[in-house]
Design a protein around this ligand. Structure first.
Ligand SMILES: [Zn+2]
Length: 434
């Protein structure tokens, strides 16, 4: 019998060989059932699954943008022309929170849902959480794919204590009274809770929580931000990541904290592209680029070379946990990226550099572009919040500006603002004021 551990420790070359076979079947399925991909691939000069080749040729295929899928939605087919399954085959329809108002629908067949849960359970379990652990979560499931993450907790065998979003008293009460070993939150909320607890003399670091799992936005893997969370919680912090259109939790960090493993291995193929040109980037150690994902065994609405807008750093090489394959750390969302005189700047990377100035700063920042659009002229204005009780020292602003120039090669104008003046988030932080 093949156990979960065997799958995750399978030599990566073997995994790729299995994935190649899955991918070819997936392409045949798409040509058979997907109006969207039949048309898109034919237009790209690939008139059959055979012509499209295998995983080694995947970079020849066109990328898929979320906006293309949205453009095919009609009142008759609100999912979009990439829908392949019949109504009778679909067992679940999630929504993703569209920034444009109209939600995107994510349908799943029974096997899709099962694969989602398997991949998600692997991603979360990589952190070291195990059957019988108590885990308090603040996920706001509702119509969203986070509901599937919660089902994955059941699959791991966690005792799950859901408290929902935005109910801090209830969450702290659950921690104090039910003594969970695990807390599952967004990194912004994990940071917010440290401040909340400090103001009320609640000893969060002394609580029962030994592991904090963060997901839902980048940040959990930034060394300085992670150190702040680990100190405040007195716990080990690991992150997980997914994208609703592809799978709820695809990647998860292990206790080595050196990038997220692909928990959805076998179900999803990962590539890297240059976000500006769309040209494929080799998955070498240290490579960065936009993550592009392809379903390998999906049925309801499979996607090929889907642009996630997540900008990641790749780690290649053995991990002490024994899991094989590339690992990633999310640097930021391509949507938040600014280009300052030709240099790509991620607000989360700015926060990472600034956070290293603790205890003088609180770790909260706000990037304030002076003009609309992602192209910016230097200096880029950045508000940096001071730590509680810290005074604005002009030397500090100079030091931060200098460090940002050295590390990120960006000219900034630093405004030090008093403690408490930047907005806190109980869900996900906004680091850019548009
Ligand atoms: Zn590992």
């Amino acid at each position: 019998m093949t156990t979960a551990a065997d799958v995750e420790k399978r030599p990566w070359e073997e995994q790729l060989a299995l994935d190649d076979a899955s991918y070819r079947s997936q392409l045949a399925y798409l040509f058979d059932r997907s109006a969207f991909y039949r048309e898109k691939l034919t237009a790209a000069g690939l008139a059959s699954a055979e012509a499209a080749g295998g995983l080694a040729d995947i970079a020849r295929l066109p990328l898929t943008e979320k906006s293309e899928l949205k453009a095919t939605c009609t009142p008759e087919n609100p999912v979009g022309a990439h829908l392949c399954a019949t109504p009778a085959e679909i067992v679940r329809i999630y929504s993703t929170s569209g920034t444009t108002g109209q939600p995107s629908y994510v349908p799943l067949t029974a096997s899709d849902l099962d694969n989602w849960l398997t991949g998600s359970a692997r991603s979360y379990a990589a952190s070291g959480v195990t059957r019988g652990d108590r885990a308090v979560s603040s996920y706001n499931a509702g119509p969203f794919v986070a509901g599937a993450a919660i089902e994955a907790f059941d699959r791991i065998g966690l005792c799950h204590i859901p408290v929902g979003t935005g109910n801090t008293e209830r969450l702290i009460a659950a921690v104090e009274l039910l003594r969970p070993e695990v807390a599952i939150l967004t990194p912004s909320y994990a940071a917010y809770l440290i401040e909340w607890a400090a103001e009320r003399n609640v000893d969060l670091a002394g609580s029962s929580v030994a592991r904090v799992l963060v997901a839902g936005e980048p940040g959990g893997g930034e060394p300085a931000f992670r150190a702040k969370l680990e100190e405040g919680w007195g716990a080990r912090v690991t992150e997980a990541m997914g994208i609703g259109d592809i799978g709820v939790s695809l990647w998860g960090e292990c206790e080595e904290q050196d990038g997220m493993h692909l928990g959805a291995r076998g179900f999803v193929h990962a590539e890297l592209v240059d976000p500006e040109t769309g040209v494929a980037v080799e998955l070498d150690d240290g490579a960065t680029g936009e993550l592009v994902l392809t379903h390998l065994q999906h049925r309801a609405a499979p996607l090929l070379r889907f642009r996630t807008r997540d900008h990641v750093l790749v780690r290649i090489g053995d991990c002490a946990c024994g899991r094989t394959g590339p690992r990633v750390r999310c640097i930021g969302r391509t949507d938040d990226m600014l280009i300052v005189r030709g240099v790509n700047v991620f607000p989360s990377a700015v926060r990472e550099v600034v956070s290293a100035f603790a205890p003088d700063v609180s770790g909260h920042i706000l990037v304030k572009p002076r003009t609309p659009g992602f192209k910016q002229e230097p200096p880029l204005p950045v508000s940096v919040e001071l730590a509680q009780g810290a005074a604005a020292d002009p030397g500090l602003a100079d030091a931060i500006r200098e460090r940002l120039r050295n590390v990120l090669v960006v000219q900034t104008r630093i405004e030090l603002v008093p403690w408490g003046s930047l907005r806190r988030s109980e869900y996900k932080s906004k680091l850019v004021e548009h």
